[in-house]
Design a protein around this ligand. Sequence first.
Ligand code: C2E
Ligand code: CA
Ligand code: CA
Length: 604
Amino acid sequence: MTVSNNIQRPRAVVGEEHTEQLLRATIMMVDDEPLMLEVLELYLSEEGYWNFVSVSQSTEAMAVLQREIPDIVFLDLVMPEVDGFDILREIRADEATKHLPVIILTSSNDAATKLKALELGATDFLGKPIDSSELALRLRNTLTVKAYQDQLAFYDGLTGLPNRTLFLDRLKWSITQADRAETGLSVMNVSLDRFRAINDSLGPLAGDEIIKQAASRLASVVREVDVVGRLAEDKFSKGLARMGGDEFSILLPGLVDESLIKLVGDRVLSVMREAFTFEGYDVYSTASIGVTRYPEDGADSDSIIKHASAANEWAKQQGRDNYQFYQQEMSVRANQRLILVADLHRALERGELLLHYQPQVEASTGRVVGVECLVRWLHPERGLILPNEFIPLAEEDGLIIPIGEWVIREACRQAREWQLQGLDKLDVSVNVSARQFRQPRFVGVVADALSSYGFAPRHLVLELTEGAMMEDVDETADLLDEIKKIGVSISVDDFGTGYSSMAYLKRFPIDEIKIDRSFVAELPDDEDDTAIVKALVAMSQLLELRIVAEGVETEAQLEFLRGLNCDVIQGYFFSRPLPAPDFAEFVTENRQRVSIELIKGVAG
Ligand code: C2E
Ligand code: CA
Ligand code: CA
């Protein structure tokens, strides 16, 4: 028996390579007559095929087949012990081989036999004695069809890379090889860090283009590894695949050495940092990588793959643009996150989200002039969850868009209700995440919420973080202009934490800045923070922006900020964020007190 050592499936059916690809096919022949096998091989060699697996012992056929994964099988029907029908039945019953083309060799012209073979799933027939040209034709046709089907089933249409199915297949095979050779392997799960944002802001065509460019960069790294590393005997099993979306996997058979894996990881990170181009523009992203090693990190292909994505997730949480080796805690975390994301999907439908309201107080008068709406999640089992725990998940998942829409609508509804109750002249601030802001419908959503509840645009303030604004300054400027057109105000949240320069601030139509609470926390004792806050306030005053200081907890902080002529104060010193009824009560009391103080002031 000759056994091939080539498990590669035919690759893409394209142009000139086509014939060469077909000739590489692994052809398995099962016939109890050795002479027949020899004849077949002879004819096929003349046609240029070379990759044969011949089996004369029909009892061995299935085992050989599962090991060799041929592209096609020639199968004799009449054999002792296990006959062709049995084998055909088994082939069709096995998930891995059920689509494998099987050509039946038969000397019988008996229609019933043929019918039975067809019913069992025979692909074609070839009469004995064999006619060499008929053989060549049947084989070629069948392989062409198979290659085409493989292309659809096993390769990604956009990049031409193997898809998830084929990758899993190869991984399984490589694991068997690794076991046999008592070596190991590693898998890298690579994903782009800004893909969603790119897709959302530049559109799916840009997304496709970036994926293609990323694929070819990764392929070049894999080739380098191939040349330099000589990692595995079996070069066919090594490789790169597109797992879906912006996610790729690299299989590195034989590679378990941490420092070598790190070299590959560094290479991948560095090629992904370079600018991608779309329609002449530079688009920047980075990659995050999760690494798993077999056998330490997982006992089978499924857990290896799953753990590689958990490690990737971890890398993203560590700030992106890095790689992480899998550790067990990551799975636990990843599971918790997954559960939370699934819960969050239901939270919206079940009305588990709510807003709390934190008063904003005018520094000079002590009067409540505004309110920041802060979302909370009343989880049925876990109780109240704060936004820092679920907003980042929602952003990643895309859920931030419906959640953000709900927040804006709910804020407008509640604010209008208060107005009707006499609690008017309050500016209502709503936090908006970058992804939400950059979705095409955003301005429409805001306008719609305002008109649905009859809330005046001039009382609505949208808070965008400095970081979110700086992501794509040209686009930001356009979007902010649109928002201004409908009469809504804009506030820069977490001001001071980003890298905005005066120049940008001047370009954007901003009304307000909120000094980040990290600068407020150490006031007035910390010299650096004191200096920074002074500078931020001076800069904002120069640009005639309203200044809100957030996170004010103490009287000393308040006095310091008042001294700088900061306009509005927000923080626990006045109040924590409150449920709607408590907030209404707070404002009512505040107004009574302020007017009494005013009267006293006038009287005194
Ligand atoms: P943020 O926009 O900076 O909101 C201010 C946060 O500071 C709030 O936390 C608030 O409770 C807290 N805070 C207020 N005063 C004080 C104080 O005196 N001391 C201290 N230590 N903290 C104070 P919260 O409600 O947990 O919200 C956290 C973040 O979640 C917010 O930070 C905001 O970025 C985000 N967020 C909240 N609601 C939404 C929303 O509806 N949409 C989006 N996209 N993000 C939201
Ligand atoms: Ca805010
Ligand atoms: Ca803030």
